[in-house]
Design a protein around this ligand. Structure first.
Ligand code: GLU
Length: 276
């Protein structure tokens, strides 16, 4: 009898997990309630983009700003940032993985665009990037996007980087691969002249080869990153937008930035979305 009373008190005090069809403060039947009940958030992320989404080869831990955002969502939904399963999601798979329910969310340097918004929903932007170029350190011929005229440029399939290169420098010859990390050895070996995608991704790849490569630093085009989720899940989207706005206010966004991209010394001024 006493044990029963202790159990009851603990339950009422919220000390025990409420995994029996009861989902805390989240509306019944909502995606948030389902994830909370399941106890694990599944997130599609990049595995080869240092500072954003990167699988550390020695520890297996996923690091980077996108990983930090994902952990904050998991913590809010399930009570712990450890209740998360990361699934490698290359650029061209992002819409597919969301539509097929392979992941609950995609947080993977994922730019909000009208075309993608026909298939998936996006949160408000949590990060603002811009497209830039990475070249060999000794190459003085590429200093702005128009200098890519006649050059071989490596980038990834299913990205806005491809589209913008095609419209901005149609005379560049594109080498289109599955992931940006594949471009790096090709660039170092001289098989391509440049790697072009978001400055944030290039910064992380550059940090691995600071003596051989040069980040041009002339961004062209704006890339607002959103979290991608199933279309028409307005409740989940509203919930996530509330979280993003809160992190921008309460310092979590800045902490995540300083722990990842900030380590490089680059400041967050152009990357930080305006507070809502
Ligand atoms: N942010 C751009 C995009 O979503 C390029 C980076 C990427 O492919 O992840 O297409």
């Amino acid at each position: 009898m006493r044990a029963l009373r202790v159990l009851l008190v603990a339950l009422l005090a919220g000390l025990l997990p409420t995994g029996c069809g009861q989902a805390g403060a989240f509306p019944e039947g909502s995606t948030m309630a389902r994830i909370k009940e399941r106890g694990v958030l599944t997130v599609g992320i990049k595995f080869d983009q240092p500072m954003f989404g990167y699988k550390d080869p020695s520890s297996g831990r996923i690091t980077g700003f996108d990983a930090e955002m994902a952990r904050l969502v998991a913590r809010d939904l399930t009570g712990s940032e450890r209740n998360i399963r990361f699934v490698e999601t290359v650029s061209r798979e992002r819409e597919n993985f969301i539509e097929q329910g392979v992941v609950d969310l995609v947080i993977a340097t994922y730019s909000i665009t009208p075309v993608r918004s026909e298939r998936v929903s996006f949160t408000d932007p949590y990060y603002i990037a811009g497209q830039d170029m990475l070249v060999r350190v000794g190459d003085t011929t590429i200093n702005q996007v128009t200098d890519l005229d006649g050059k071989t440029v490596c980038t990834a399939t299913g990205s806005t980087s491809v589209d913008r290169l095609r419209s901005t420098v149609p005379t560049a010859e594109l080498e289109i691969v599955d992931a940006y990390s594949i471009c790096v050895p090709a660039l170092v070996a001289g098989r391509v002249d440049a790697l072009s995608t978001d400055d944030t991704i290039l910064l992380g790849l550059f940090a691995q080869h600071p003596d051989t490569l040069r980040l041009v630093g002339k961004p062209f085009g704006r890339e607002p990153y959103g979290m991608g989720l199933r279309k028409q899940d307005a409740a989940f989207r509203g919930y996530l937008n509330g979280l993003i706005a809160r992190w921008l206010r309460d310092g979590e966004w800045d902490r995540a930035y300083m722990a990842t991209i900030g380590v490089s010394g680059v400041t967050s001024s152009s990357a930080r979305p305006s507070n809502r």
